[in-house]
Design a protein around this ligand. Structure first.
Ligand code: DIG
Ligand code: MN
Ligand code: MN
Length: 389
């Protein structure tokens, strides 16, 4: 039933953070860094201290972009040891195709074929790092794959270039036996004025056009769907139902703002509740990754508060979901509204079935008498979330 009320994270919760999240130094477009650099191996120790299970990284969160092969090997070896010493796993690795100025016009979709080829090379090398650290999920977020003006390239050409790169990278994983799956992450804008593949749904429509669609899924991020005013849980549910929920980025976001990457559950508790309830109801077994960062006002003690808060809120909402699923009045209403009585079934088509359906007489007045007590159902949910039930 519900967890001991300490809500302490455990490895089986599979909570992970990126090096760039708790290592975020608080710079923003209008202000400089507020926190000192924290070395990756120290971040690993901090994540172990707060009770995280896993740590994720972009290639250059760990290995400087122009490190020599020897420096790269030494850094990756040392980081792997730090993860082992602190009992953390590396479930996911990704690649920065957005920070270096060379990606100013995009990466896989850039107009310059040299940039496109460099982006593929850089991603293969990031995959090599991921393989060395045991990661089986590779996230691709196309932060620079977009436009300020659509004069720059035909939009359909961008789709073709993206497909060419991802097809190539799938083959690279197969060729090297990495066994990686690609989790594609959507975002509507920022840092580009418009980003291609703007929502999780865009990627769900793109994946079937790949040579190896079985190797590609999505990494929905709460803030990114909320930036578009969408219902995050619906996007996650559709991805799950399609067998494409390969990873998830949890955080929070106020409507109509830039990508805030807030502490999970700190802005829209109800949306967070429905999301946690969904993941737990379907027994999602993947990482619960918090792609978020602490307020710019925080020191590193505050960053630990941020990380603990992400996990604690998830666990409290998981507890609430369990209570919701066992609440007698709530379950009674669900039983009432989901009874299908002797309604004609749709099911698989048959000509006999179609004839029957065409001849069926619907008593619309009687149907309209069925109650839909959603106000009561939602108030019970609110009562439960507010702790008075
Ligand atoms: C931003 O939401 C992106 C980058 O932080 C990273 O590439 C990806 C990994 O979760 N999310
Ligand atoms: Mn984000
Ligand atoms: Mn993300």
């Amino acid at each position: 039933m519900t967890r001991a009320k300490d809500y302490q994270p455990r490895p089986e919760d599979k909570f992970s953070f990126g090096l760039w999240t708790v290592g975020n130094r608080g710079r923003d477009p209008f202000g400089d860094f507020v926190r000192p650099v924290m070395a990756p191996n120290d971040i690993v120790a901090m994540l172990a201290e707060v009770g995280a299970w896993g740590v994720n990284l972009h290639d250059n969160d760990l290995v400087p972009i122009d490190a020599s092969a020897a420096e790269r090997d030494s850094i990756v070896r040392s980081f792997k040891k730090a993860c082992e010493a602190n009992g953390l796993v590396v479930p996911m690795v990704t690649v920065s195709l957005f920070f270096h100025p060379i990606f100013r016009d995009g990466a896989f979709t850039a107009n310059d074929p040299e940039v496109r080829a460099y982006a593929v090379q850089k991603t293969m090398r990031a995959m090599d790092i991921g393989a060395e650290l045991g990661a089986k999920i590779f996230v691709l977020w196309g932060g620079r794959e977009g436009v300020e003006t659509d004069a720059c390239r035909p939009a359909e050409e961008a789709v073709k270039r993206l497909r060419e790169a991802i097809n190539y990278l799938c083959r690279y994983s197969l060729d090297r036996g990495y066994g990686m799956k690609f989790a594609l992450e959507a975002k509507p804008n920022e840092p580009r004025a418009d980003i291609y593949m703007s929502t999780t749904g865009s990627y769900l429509g793109f994946i079937p056009t790949l040579d190896h669609p079985e190797m590609a899924g999505v990494n929905p991020e709460m803030a990114h769907e909320h930036m578009s005013g969408l219902n995050f849980m619906h996007a996650v549910a559709q991805a799950w139902e399609a067998g494409k929920l390969f990873h998830i980025d949890l955080n929070d976001q106020m409507p109509g703002r830039y990508d805030q990457d807030l502490r999970f559950g700190s802005a829209n508790l109800k949306a967070a509740f429905w999301l946690v309830k969904f993941l737990e109801d379907v027994h999602y077994d993947g990482p619960r990754h918090f792609d978020a960062h602490a307020y710019r006002t925080e020191d590193y003690e505050g960053v630990k508060d941020f990380a603990r808060g992400c996990m604690r809120t998830y666990l409290i909402l998981k507890d609430k979901a369990c209570l919701w699923n066992h609440d007698r009045e709530i379950q009674g209403i669900l039983a009432e509204i989901s009874s299908d009585g002797n309604a004609p079934k749709i099911g698989k088509y048959s000509s006999e079935g179609a004839s029957r359906l065409l001849n069926h007489v619907f008593d619309k007045e009687k149907i309209l008498q069925k109650r839909l007590p959603y106000e009561r159902l939602d108030q019970l949910t609110v009562d439960l979330l507010l702790g008075v039930r």
